[in-house]
Design a binder for this molecule. Structure first.
Ligand code: AHQ
Length: 250
């Protein structure tokens, strides 16, 4: 008996086929190939699509925000790992801005603080955000896998893994539009973090793309860049899948 296994709606979109390189791609062709990975970005996950359509309950939004803090807190740690592995001073000088963006220049500032305030705005008390009591094992594992990736891989591979941010601005714009339309119970300043990313993500992704174009000029380094981006796309997909499974029908 053969079982016709249907493809779940939760199955990650197939990775774009890596080009079978017999010579390195040009700088522009490399950028085009990396941008083609947008089809595998987690913006199209059913949980995000339901969020944008206004179909999430307060409990589902609360679960998402509380869990995503584990990822937000992992970001400056992975960026510090990249800096620790990078021997190029001008790269370190630029990259360090990302740590300040998230940790802030002083207590009570920065993107992580803004994310905690997003939690309070959707009804998760600050204490419950900060002690991470709602963070699911799969979300923590996914976030930590990103930190470990950036600690253990060559710094330029870790830079390539950050290029999911090429696709983030569209996702931020969808949230900034959907929240006031469908979740009017959430006060507008809760969106401040998403609005900050509309500025930071394009700046960061252009910096990262230019570094990958400059340092990935061989078949092997370009293949590793594709692998790094594919890893991060799957890491994000695992994170939102875990949240969806835990809060999907709540
Ligand atoms: O808030 C996000 C953020 O600061 C970053 C940094 C960047 C990286 O270096 O990997 N990626 C990223 C992302 C953030 N927010 C995610 C979201 O859905 O709100 C998107 C995520 C990304 O696309 O990698």
């Amino acid at each position: 008996m053969t079982i016709a296994l249907h493809t779940s709606e939760l199955a990650a979109p197939p990775r774009p086929p890596f080009p079978d390189l017999d010579r390195p791609l040009s700088s522009d062709a490399l950028a085009d190939r990396l941008r083609a990975f947008s089809t595998s970005y987690y913006a199209r996950h059913p949980f995000h699509e339901r969020m944008h359509a206004g179909k999430l309950s307060p409990a589902q939004l609360q679960g998402w925000v509380a869990n995503r803090l584990a990822y937000q807190r992992a970001i400056p740690r992975k960026d510090a790992a990249i800096i620790s592995n990078c021997p190029v001073p001008e790269v370190r000088r630029e990259w360090i801005q990302r740590i300040v963006d998230h940790d802030g220049a002083e207590p009570g500032t920065g993107g992580i603080e803004m994310w905690i305030r997003l939690g309070e705005a959707v009804g998760v008390p600050r204490e419950e955000m900060e002690d991470e009591r709602h963070v699911l094992p799969g979300v923590r594992l996914a976030a930590e896998s990103y930190v470990t990736f950036c600690k253990t891989k060559p710094w330029i591979d870790a830079v390539a893994s950050s290029l999911t941010e090429l696709f983030a601005p569209d996702l931020m714009r969808k949230r900034i539009a959907a929240f006031p339309e469908h979740y009017s119970w959430i006060r507008p300043e809760a969106l401040d973090y998403f609005k900050s990313r509309l500025v930071q993500a394009p700046r960061d992704s252009q910096q990262g793309l230019h570094l990958v174009q400059r340092y990935c000029t061989t078949i092997e380094s370009q293949r590793r860049a594709f692998e790094a981006l594919a890893f991060k796309l799957e890491m994000l997909w695992v994170m939102i899948d875990t949240i969806h499974h835990a809060y999907g029908e709540s």
